[in-house]
Design a protein around this ligand. Structure first.
Ligand code: SF4
Ligand code: MSK
Length: 686
């Protein structure tokens, strides 16, 4: 925990200093492991501007809320049921005014988090599907179908034919626009169709689909499962924690195998499927002599256009005309990941660094869309010349200095050009001394199901055989998905990096998304050269042979769907069981904070993955419900939750699970042989 230090002048940006009330501020080194972040926290404190790191010192979380056992679902509450010593000993007699037990309250709160997360991902997906429909109908001229192969690959999953048979028996390719229109219609129907189940569920391994069917959790349509959570958790409806989490599972599956997967697929069709590319990461990507535009949020629809506008000769010339050397784009959070993986635009930082990008004094415009955007950005922007621009109809800010330019796909390029011009014209208005940390690192990003197939597929046998062979022979011990946010309640990036390093040291290959991906990039873990430094001998050998980093950055939060599909490909390639739960694999969100993380965690668990969260777990006040999540769900889906705040123990819980699965598959001995081989080799070379 960060040590407290006192500074003479730390105030909310737009208020007068109050000498008698010195605010608690963060110790920069205690708050983050990243040097650039430490420098900027210090800088903010010198300028008297508070950041999330300081606010986390000044305000501690509620003791009861953190346990998940505070109910405010009706006006007789809030009913607060903290876990007391006696509650653990004898019968748990805690109850709210209506009689709701701690289990009911914690389960209701937990699945409301799933509803929030699934809604956020899925509404993002709906937005993409609407743009895709506009393109298919020829109404949006700024977007085109960029990846026809991806369209043809996903069409069959919606039951859309890609060929047509003529009367004389000839098989002809169908018109691409016709296919696109039908896919767009069927995709949009996934949010509200009256009958059936989501199309993509059948992309899962057959035994997993059968488990969902048997458990009665096949999602019917995306919106319905989210709405039903809100109904069931209303006062006096569902009061059985097992039944509540069953609905939570349905909505989470509607996210992972529905809204998120549709978002990823249609974004690939519209903007291109990512392939590995080189870029950089951290605040040091910003340039004092350039117009700096930072793009933040989650939806790549507008940011795709901003990238195109900023790269146009017209805008570059315009930037030069105001005295800048060019335009530097940078990303924060998952919009950053989207434009990184398709265009190589470098991320300026993770979620917790958003305020710091403005505090450099060199951010000419920060453009935000949806999710993970701090309202305090407006207060920070007020202290500088930065134009803070909201762009989404559902995400506005009350502060007067915020500019709203509502993006519309029908005049997308026009909106993007207006924003880029605004940033350029703002370049001359910089008023504070610019201080950009020098720290940045090189990264290779842009991995996906397709590129893993390319890099780790067998030359002759194709698909994922080489990856599987290396898992079976023990060079790769297992696969970990490490994802998720930062959380100001824990030291920025420390758990992310410690866990990932411990995993690769133990020959576990890591697939990453979201802010973990950015954290790993900042730490330099996303380069093939990293393998020789940090990996165990087996993983290092594989990475060096095929030229990949030991940590594969697979994109944004909705792109966790890529991890589900990669796991499915591993199952299909054979030799590692019949279902995702048979794989030597585990999931982790070391520094999670958002409701989306809970939805992601639940769909990974329900897809058969052992999933460990760090920082805190929102059901700790209801041990019976928590035990159901941590132990009983495994009997239904093959996956289960766990919680471990200590990063080294966290990594070793994952490794122990991977080893358990290796043993069950009968491949534990192979790994011992590989390690013996390495030792023998070392003896020989000594
Ligand atoms: Fe209290 Fe029950 Fe109302 Fe919740 S629903 S606030 S537990 S009375
Ligand atoms: S951006 S959801 S802080 S990963 Fe996707 Fe990062 Fe978490 Fe937002």
């Amino acid at each position: 925990m960060a040590e407290e230090t006192k500074l003479k002048k730390v105030v909310v940006a737009d208020k007068e200093p109050k000498a008698e009330k010195a605010a608690k501020v963060a110790d920069p080194v205690g708050a983050s492991i990243d040097i650039a972040t430490q420098q900027m926290i210090k800088r903010a404190q010198e300028l008297g501007i508070d950041t999330v790191f300081d606010r986390a010192e000044a305000m501690k979380p509620c003791n009861i809320g953190i346990q998940g056992t505070c109910c405010k679902n009706c006006a007789m509450g809030p009913c607060r049921l903290p876990l007391t010593k006696s509650a653990g000993d004898g019968p748990d007699e805690r109850k709210g005014l209506c009689g709701a037990t701690a289990n009911t309250i914690a389960a209701r709160n937990f699945i409301r988090m799933i509803a929030g997360g699934a809604a956020a991902h899925s509404d993002h997906g709906r937005g993409v599907a609407e743009v895709f429909m506009a393109v298919a109908q020829g109404e949006s001229h700024d977007y085109k179908i960029k990846d026809v192969n991806k369209l043809l690959a996903i069409a069959p999953h919606y039951g859309v034919e890609t060929t047509v048979k003529t009367e004389d028996g000839q098989v002809l390719d169908r018109d691409v626009n016709e296919i696109a229109l039908e896919v767009a219609q069927k995709a949009l129907d996934e949010w509200g169709k009256a009958e059936g189940e989501l199309f993509y569920l059948k992309r899962a391994p057959q035994p997993l689909y059968e488990k969902w069917k048997k458990a009665g959790v096949l999602p019917r349509n995306i919106d319905r499962e989210i709405v039903e959570i809100m109904h069931r958790t209303h006062m006096g409806v569902d009061q059985d924690y097992k039944n509540l989490i069953k609905q939570g599972t349905r909505a989470a599956l509607a996210d992972g195998w529905g809204g998120s997967m549709i978002a990823t697929d249609l974004q690939d069709v519209l903007f291109g499927t990512p392939y590995p590319l080189q870029s950089e990461a951290n605040l040091g990507i910003m340039k004092e002599d350039h117009v700096n535009i930072i793009i933040h949020g989650h939806e790549p629809i507008l940011s795709e256009m901003i990238v195109a506008a900023a790269q146009s000769q017209e805008m570059i010339d315009y930037a030069k005309s105001v005295g800048a050397k060019g335009i530097q784009l940078g990303g924060i959070c998952c919009t950053g990941n989207e434009i990184l993986q398709r265009h190589g635009v470098p991320p300026a930082g993770t979620y917790l660094q958003q305020e710091l990008a403005i505090i450099t004094g060199a951010c000419d415009a920060m453009v935000v869309d949806i999710q993970c955007v701090f309202q305090n950005l407006a207060n920070v922007a007020k202290c500088f010349h930065t134009k803070l621009i909201t762009t989404h109809r559902i995400a506005r800010m009350e502060q007067e200095n915020v500019i709203h330019i509502e993006f519309d796909e029908h005049h997308a390029m026009e909106d993007a050009q207006r924003i880029v011009k605004m940033a350029i014209e703002n370049f001359k208005n910089r008023k504070a001394e610019v201080m950009i940390p020098r720290t940045k690192a090189t990264q290779i990003a842009g991995f996906g199901v397709e590129s893993i197939r390319y890099h780790l597929g067998g030359t002759f046998r194709g698909d994922y055989y080489t990856l599987n062979d290396n898992i079976i022979n023990g060079r790769i011990r297992g696969i970990a998905g490490v994802v998720g946010c930062n959380n100001a309640r824990t030291r920025h990036n420390e758990a992310h990096i410690t866990i990932v390093k411990e995993l690769i040291k133990n020959d576990v290959i890591v697939l990453t998304t979201g802010c973990n991906g950015i954290a790993c990039a900042m730490e330099g873990l996303l380069t093939p050269e990293t393998a020789a430094v940090f990996c165990g001998p087996g993983l290092a050998e594989v990475c060096e042979t095929v030229g990949i980093p030991p940590v594969l950055h697979m994109g944004s939060c909705v792109d966790n769907s890529r991890i589900l599909l990669a796991a499915t490909e591993v199952v299909k390639a054979g030799g590692l069981g019949n279902d995702i739960c048979d794989l030597p694999a585990a999931g982790s969100a070391p520094e999670w904070m958002s409701e989306k993380a809970i939805s992601i965690g639940q769909y990974f668990v329900a897809s058969g993955v052992y999933t460990v969260f760090g920082v805190t777990f929102p059901t700790s006040g209801a041990p019976v419900f928590q035990n159901y999540l941590f132990n009983e769900l495994e009997k239904i889906y093959g996956g289960k939750w766990d919680f471990e705040p200590d990063p080294i123990k966290h990594a070793h819980k994952m490794i122990a699970h991977i080893d358990k699965k290796r043993k069950a598959l009968g491949i534990d001995k192979a790994r011992e042989r590989v390690l013996m081989d390495m030792a023998d080799r070392m003896k020989l070379s000594a």
